[in-house]
Design a protein around this ligand. Structure first.
Ligand code: ADP
Length: 370
């Protein structure tokens, strides 16, 4: 033991916390997780306490064991985060920044000086004449849940009668979607990684390609500057994903996620410093690491649950076929459509990497057997 190393508390023990475990161990940083159950993805491999993140006294008791507290999801009530702050314990990002990842209407208002889709918060369809449009629940959505494409006033009225207040947005016919991961420390040091194209199917990200191959150099620089400016504006501490739509030469900010994000899982092998290590460095106010890529291209494929349950056996074929594939399993129960792991592959050719990663995904889901 060496008592000089700090303890970082993470609220949540899913795969994002799990992927912080390796970097924390390398740096000698103590991790303590607030898990819901002992078989949560990260709780299987790291120190944890079990408790409800909605309960102020549970979270306070947990936070008192930590030098700094962070979280891996946006579901922690703002009141709980404020209670930790009131107890004098550092929460990163803090409540003033966190609110923007929890409440889509606050986020849209705060980002009004940045290029975003036109938006409105409504409780009635009266006066809304331009369709199609995108409607979003104000909070709690993920993986396309809580996002609806609305084609008529009737549909909008029906949705409002079911969910109440919604955020509506101009429907952007974008060419493709990208995400920029940015990290910022309390000192104000900030860095980004290469912009990443995210391929979505039915609202779920299935694959990412970094650097985004269809993005011009000029737009790439612009997108990174945008992410750094937003991080500075919100005084975010830790990592944050800025999801953007690209349409021609225009960028539109779609969403923010103030935590490690699926779009930057490639950084585990594809960058000198992964998003998980960088998040730990940032919340501890350590100098940030290099975000240079370790190869020209990095492709990540999400392993989604299918009818195939044995996720170990596919290693035999896939590891033999391609020794470059890097697997990251979250050890979650396999359920159809659930993100249960991902695979990374580095190289020089986008086409070849995408093909190989797609083959690995198809093999694991049982769609191909050789
Ligand atoms: P979540 O991250 O909660 O799943 P998003 O806000 O990212 O929700 O929306 C999910 C998907 O819906 C996006 O990836 C995009 O494909 C589509 N989408 C969201 N907003 C718009 C918009 N204004 N115009 C067109 N498509 C949109």
């Amino acid at each position: 033991m060496n008592e000089f190393f700090p303890s970082v508390g993470i609220i949540g023990a899913g795969q994002l916390a799990r992927m912080c475990v390796g970097p924390a161990a390398d740096l000698g940083i103590n991790l303590l997780l607030l898990a819901q159950q002992s078989d949560d993805s990260a709780a299987q491999i790291a120190n944890h306490v079990i408790g409800d993140y909605n309960d102020v006294s549970t979270v306070l008791e947990f936070a008192k064991k930590c030098d700094v507290v962070t979280f891996e999801h946006e579901l922690v009530p703002l009141s709980v985060i404020k209670a930790i702050e009131a107890a004098g314990i550092a929460v990163r990002p803090n409540s003033a920044a966190f609110v923007y990842s929890q409440d889509k209407s606050e986020m849209r208002q705060k980002l009004s000086r940045f290029p975003t889709p036109e938006f409105q918060v409504i409780t009635s369809a009266a006066g809304i004449e331009k369709y199609p449009l995108i409607a979003k629940s104000i909070s709690g959505g993920y993986d396309g849940r809580g996002v609806w494409k609305i084609t008529s006033k009737e549909e909008l009225s029906k949705l409002i009668s079911e969910v109440g207040k919604v955020l509506i947005e101009e429907f952007i016919e974008f060419d493709f979607e990208i995400a920029i991961m940015v990290a910022r420390s309390p000192h104000g040091q900030a860095s980004t990684w290469a912009p990443t194209e995210t391929v979505q199917v039915d609202g779920i990200c299935t694959m990412t390609i970094a650097p985004a191959p269809r993005l011009s150099e000029e737009l790439s620089a612009k997108a990174q500057k945008l992410a750094l400016d937003i991080a500075q504006e919100l005084k975010i501490v830790g990592v944050m994903a800025v999801e953007l739509f690209v349409k021609g030469e225009q960028l539109f900010v779609n969403e923010l996620a103030m935590r490690p994000h699926n779009s930057a899982h490639w950084t585990i092998e594809g960058s000198v410093t992964s998003q998980f290590e960088q998040h730990l460095r940032a919340v501890l106010d350590l100098p940030l690491g290099s975000t240079s890529m370790t190869s020209p291209v990095a492709v990540m494929g999400n392993i989604l649950g299918s009818s195939k349950i044995d996720m170990y056996r596919p290693y035999l074929h896939l590891m033999a076929r391609n020794p470059g594939l890097k697997f990251h399993h979250y050890k979650k129960d396999v359920r159809p459509g659930r993100k249960i792991g991902h695979v990374n592959l580095l190289g020089a050719s986008v086409v070849e990497l995408v093909q190989e990663v797609q083959h690995a995904l198809d093999y694991m889901s049982g769609e191909v057997d050789e």
